[in-house]
Every structure is written in C-alpha cells, then in structure tokens.
Design a protein around this ligand. Structure first.
Ligand SMILES: [Zn+2]
Length: 274
C-alpha cells in the first residue's frame, strides 16, 4: 500500500474517531443544531396546518407528536432527518475507500420530470424505477467503486414540474467513466438539458460535502429571467405541503442511492458495507 493511501486511511480513521468522541459538529461546523431542526419542524407543521388537504392535517399531527418518547420517523420531519443524517454521514465516510480523491457528482433525470399536479401520485415504486435505471447504467459502465448518495427533487417554476436528481460522492479519481455516464444522460428523451451532470472535486471539507448529500429539503429553482447566477429558494405554501407529503411517503432510506455498497439495519441504525 502506498504511503499516500495509508495517510488517507489514517485521516479517515481520525475523522471517524473525532465524530464518535466529540460529535459530528466538531468536524462539520455548518451541521444544523437540534434547535434549528426543531424550528424547521415547527414551520413545517404551520404550513401543513394551513392547508385544506386532509393528509396534511394527519401529517401535521404526527410531526407535532414527535418527541423523545417516540420519534415520528417521517421523511418530512427535520428532527428525525437530522438523526438519520448523522447516521448516514458517518456510514458514508466509513464506506468510502478514502477522503483525499473524492468527487461530488450531481446528475439530473430530466426525462423523468414530474408535472406539479402529478407529484401527489409519486411514490416509492416510481423512485425505485428511476434508481434502477441509473444502477443498470453504472453496472453496464463497469463502475467498480462505491457511489453513495441520495435522491432529491427541485421545483422548476418555468415548467411547473419537479426535476428528480441525485447528489452522490465517489472516491474514484478517474472521471472518464463518469463522462460516459454524461453521454448517456445527454441522450435521454428530453435532450434540452445540456448540463445533466456536474462533477466537482472535493478538496477541502469532505465531511461537509458528504453532509450536503443527505439534506432532506426540496427547493425551488429561481426563474431563468434572474440570470444564471441564481440560488435556490425555499418552498412555501401548498408547494411546500406537497413536497412534505411526498417526503413522508418516500421515507428516508428509500432515497439512498448506493452503488457497490449495501445498507442493512442494526437496531435503529443503518450500516453501510462497501
Ligand atoms: Zn420526527
């Protein structure tokens, strides 16, 4: 084993030990605090209560009862998601071969766009279909290293639809195989999307980049008239309600994207094995 690889493994072990002994916040300063998660849950409950949708009322009640005595485990609950995120961030670091040559990969599935009025029907089976197609492609491309990430959707105001996409991390230093994946994405039914894949080398803060993967908060893309230097916006009103209902239907674990890595449950924790 080369000196560089050994140094990298040592670094990974040190970070994992620091998380175990001093908490995730000690290596990931921006990780949201419990109070921030609680405030976000409160805001979600208010939005759900304001809706006329009956399912929204049921979900609001579930979220408001979530507490130390019994967690709601809903994909729409920021407090439960924060706990889940701590678990999967740790497991991702553990499953990666090292932290020095990481790539943050984001890809969009524009041929799977979901019209806004169809979002209430989108469920775990639809998500599985999208995931399987991507798994098959990585398999055909003989991608032999772990790709670990999560599913998300973004609202596109100009199309009044939702864009499925994935954020993932991989320890592969070789981008060529990902370039083949880009060609595949560009050939999809709706080739209007000319930039379906983004690859960013992670140089400084691997834990924060990994933490970014598992944020369970769907956002809205600003309209294109604002120009290209846009930032995403938080969802509000009925759009937020529909996103929360979808997040609740999908749960947390189903959103994981694990290529060359398996997950299993031990107690209330997930364990990743690459
Ligand atoms: Zn909860």
């Amino acid at each position: 084993m080369s000196g560089i690889v050994r140094k990298d493994l040592y670094k990974r072990a040190r970070i994992l030990r620091q998380i175990r002994t001093q908490g995730l916040g000690s290596v990931f300063e921006e990780f949201e605090t419990l109070d921030q998660a609680k405030a976000r849950r409160k805001a979600n409950i208010v939005a759900l209560r304001e809706s006329r949708n009956e399912d929204a009322q049921v979900l609001a009640t579930r979220l408001s009862r979530c507490g130390r005595g019994g967690r709601c485990e809903s994909g729409a609950c920021p407090v439960c998601n924060r706990r889940y995120r701590k678990n999967v961030i740790y497991q991702t670091i553990h499953a990666l071969l090292g932290l020095d040559n990481l790539l943050l990969v984001t890809w969009q599935c524009s041929s799977d766009d979901i019209p806004n009025d169809k979002l209430p029907e989108f469920d775990g089976l639809d998500l599985l279909r999208i995931k399987n197609r991507n798994f098959q492609k990585f398999k055909r491309l003989n991608v032999e290293y772990p790709i670990i990430g999560s599913f998300e959707m973004a609202y596109l105001p100009e199309k009044d639809s939702w864009r499925p996409h994935f954020h993932a991390v991989t320890s592969c230093g070789n981008r060529d195989v990902l370039e083949h994946f880009r060609v595949y994405l560009q050939k999809q039914k709706h080739p209007r999307n000319t930039a379906p894949l983004h690859i960013i080398p992670i140089t400084k803060t691997p834990v924060a980049a990994i933490g970014y993967l598992f944020k369970s908060e769907w956002k809205q893309k600003p309209s294109r008239v604002l120009g290209l230097r846009y930032t995403t916006q938080r969802l509000v009103g009925e759009r937020l309600v529909n996103a929360l209902l979808a997040l609740d239907r999908l749960g947390m674990r189903k959103k994981l994207f694990l290529h060359k890595c398996k997950s299993y449950r031990r107690g209330r924790h997930l364990i990743f094995v690459a």
